[in-house]
Design a protein around this ligand. Structure first.
Ligand code: NAP
Length: 264
């Protein structure tokens, strides 16, 4: 097997003994971020909605990579205040504060939803899960941080150039970017950095349809680097923004998409 970030998580400076919460840490990008954080010596809290077996595995991997860290998971729907309150009660009990927060949980549906067919319920659900959850969790996370705190919010290429037939998704992600830039200005004087990582196509369950279909070569052909990102390709930039190496970066969006926004 080739040794790379997919099989051997990279190690980032300044994360040893940091307490970091990752939403959507049970699968995909969040799971790879949990691994890279643990490999870097951090303690990691994994928030997820319902995939308990996956969350168990994520915590077991973190314990293997950093046996002295405190790793845990908490289930709950973060699009409502009660799910969010339960998560941060656990943060208070186990961590007693936070050094880093990764707002990554989200949904996307492969089914095209042209504007004329998009129902209000679908719009509301997308906005609540992708955007309201980020507002609720980031508000609580920031209250538990001191100087040198780090917040990374996962947005999307779609939030910058739009995504035809997925306007509700694109709107939720575009709003995450403007939220990120706004609170970077608010929290900067307290020494808290806020940035966003914007993935293009990433090989996870979310994008299995279309990436696990015959459409994949066509999608790859439209990306300048001619490859689809792995979850580890996103975990690296997320951990970089949480690390000492990024201490003077705030209010930025790092595109991790193989150059695909260049060709939109
Ligand atoms: P994924 O593999 O589908 O994982 C989604 C994660 O979010 C899971 O841990 C899931 O928990 C959690 N989650 C979903 N709804 C939730 C809710 N209401 N409350 C709490 N947790 C919830 O997704 P991914 O591909 O890693 O995507 C991660 C982020 O990257 C998302 O914000 C997504 O929009 C963004 N992104 C992904 C791509 C891509 O191509 N994959 C591209 C651009 C942006 P359970 O495991 O319990 O369901």
């Amino acid at each position: 097997m080739t040794m790379n970030a997919d099989t051997n998580p990279l190690v980032f400076p300044g994360l040893r003994d940091k307490r970091v919460l990752v939403t959507g840490g049970s699968r995909g990008i969040g799971r790879a971020t949990v691994q890279a954080l643990a490999a870097s010596g951090a303690s990691v809290g994994v928030a997820f909605r319902s995939a308990a077996d996956e969350a168990d595995r994520a915590v077991a991997e973190a314990r293997r990579l950093n046996p002295t860290g405190e790793h845990w998971h908490e289930a709950g729907d973060l699009s409502n205040e009660s799910g969010c309150a339960a998560l941060f009660e656990r943060v208070d009990q186990v961590f007693g504060g936070l050094d880093g927060f990764v707002g990554n949980a989200g949904i996307w549906n492969a089914q095209p939803r042209p504007l004329g067919e998009l129902a209000l319920d679908e719009w509301r659900h997308m906005i609540e899960v992708n955007l309201t959850s980020v507002f609720l969790t980031t508000r609580e996370a920031a209250l538990r941080m001191r100087a040198n705190g780090r917040i990374v919010l996962v947005s999307s290429t779609a939030g910058q150039r739009g995504e035809p037939d997925h306007s509700h998704y694109a709107a939720s992600k575009g709003a995450i970017i403007s939220f990120c830039k706004s609170i970077a200005g608010e929290l900067g004087p307290s020494g808290i950095n806020v940035n966003s990582v914007a993935p293009g196509w990433v090989d996870t369950e979310m994008s299995a349809n279309p990436l696990q279909t015959e459409a994949r070569p066509h999608i790859e052909a439209e990306i300048p680097l001619r490859r689809i990102a792995t979850a580890a390709d996103l975990a690296g930039p997320i951990c970089f923004l949480l690390s000492d190496a990024a201490r003077h970066i705030t209010g930025e969006v790092i595109n991790v998409n193989g150059g695909s926004v260049l060709c939109g």
